[in-house]
Design a protein. Structure first.
Length: 394
């Protein structure tokens, strides 16, 4: 829209606005009158600004091509020097050049890098454009490389950005070691607590005037099985620094359930109750006995800790189609939606004394067996239901 047409349009609007203001004043609509006058003042200001711009002289600063190129070059250099990542270029003669201030500081070179670190030139040359790789600098320093060609044909050399990852790698290694130690300490303490209780129970039975030899023998045999399982479990973690692959073997379900019931009753002598239902389960289960015991025990302990001393816990084992399902149900307070979404996150816990490892480890064990662990039901004041499922036929 040209200047004359816009001026005519705004002038017309100004006339109509003035007429509207007079009409509103005559009819007694004073608020409408004020509004119309404000619009008229606004339009007048626009017309005044348009007239000023139309009559103001225009100054054009002409630059020579060399001056424009120099200005653009200085701007680009300033941008490059702001980058904290060292930038280098590799030319067709396989010479390495420092591009920005960070690169010049890193390689102690003003322009050409006379003695680049071993492997850096080869890594830049061998990495495809748009890809990243890592390289060890002098002294074992680790860096990630992001590579791009300086032209579309790849004949004009390459530019690479060096990103320091040494500090990040050290942090990741420290976190992994910390997590491993927490898993180990958590599982060892979980296993040792009922074993210690069973040991005291067996000792007390033997101190009776008429000792119950059968009960003491059962307690000692359970201690021996669980101690042996804990030893193998800890040794596997020590050797592999990860959850070992499950050693699948037939498990006699009656003995497996009996051990869990005895450990539960010994661990919590007053308060929580455990009911076991396995009449719809096979007599033999194919799984790693030590890992499965650790997973189910973690679920039982989680149910008691979440529900408190008055909670009732049910362990239900059944075969559905070709899957074996172990369900742990409690009648405790349940979980809110916020906690439900995060319950399997490693080291997430709502209890000050909790470690947040048990459920994560139980899910890892289930998935290592080709199954999964899910929270299938929880409602406030109506408890929770966890289901561990894995194939029944292998």
């Amino acid at each position: 829209m040209n200047f004359r047409l816009r001026t005519a349009l705004y002038a017309t609007l100004l006339i109509f606005t003035g007429a509207a203001a007079m009409l509103a004043w005559r009819e007694g609509f004073y608020a409408n009158t004020a509004l119309a006058l404000l619009v008229a003042v606004w339009i007048s200001a626009i017309l005044s600004a348009m007239a000023t711009r139309q009559t103001a002289p225009v100054t054009v600063v002409m630059q020579t091509p060399d001056e424009a190129a120099l200005r653009e070059q200085k701007r680009l250099i300033a941008y490059l020097n702001l980058s904290p990542a060292p930038l280098v270029t590799l030319d067709r003669e396989m010479r390495l050049w420092a591009v920005n201030r960070a690169a010049r500081r890193l390689f102690a070179a003003d322009d050409l890098i006379p003695s680049p670190p071993d492997g850096l030139v080869a890594a830049i040359s061998a990495t495809a454009p748009g890809q990243t790789t890592s390289v060890r600098m002098d002294g074992g320093h680790a860096a990630a490389l992001a590579i791009a060609d300086l032209d579309s044909g790849g004949t004009g050399g390459r530019i690479a950005a060096l990103i320091d990852i040494d500090a990040e790698l050290k942090v990741a290694e420290a976190n992994a070691l910390r997590d491993l130690l927490q898993v180990l300490s958590h599982e060892i303490m979980n296993a040792l607590t009922p074993i210690a209780s069973l040991g005291r129970t067996a000792a007390a039975l033997m101190m009776d005037v008429k000792p119950d030899i059968a009960a003491a023998r059962d307690a000692v045999e359970t201690i021996a099985r669980r101690a042996d399982g804990l030893q193998k479990f800890s040794r596997a973690y020590r050797d592999l620094a990860r959850l070992p692959p499950p050693d699948i073997s037939p498990i006699e379900l009656r003995i497996f359930v009996s051990d869990l019931q005895r450990m539960f009753d010994t661990r919590w002598t007053n308060g929580p109750n455990l009911t076991v239902k396995y009449d719809r389960a096979p007599q033999l289960v194919l799984a790693d006995p030590d890992q499965l015991n650790a997973a189910v025990w973690a679920l039982l302990q989680n149910a008691v800790e979440a529900g408190g001393s008055g909670v009732h816990v049910t362990l239900e084992i059944q075969r559905l189609a070709n899957a074996l399902t172990l369900s742990v149900i409690d009648d405790g307070p349940g979980l809110s939606d916020a906690h439900r979404d995060r319950v399997f996150q490693p080291f997430y816990t709502t209890r000050p004394e909790g470690s947040g490892i048990g459920l994560t480890l139980a899910r890892q064990i289930a998935r290592a067996h080709g199954g999964d662990l899910q929270l299938v039901h929880t409602q406030p004041a109506h408890g929770a239901r966890f289901e561990l499922t894995f194939p029944a036929v292998r």
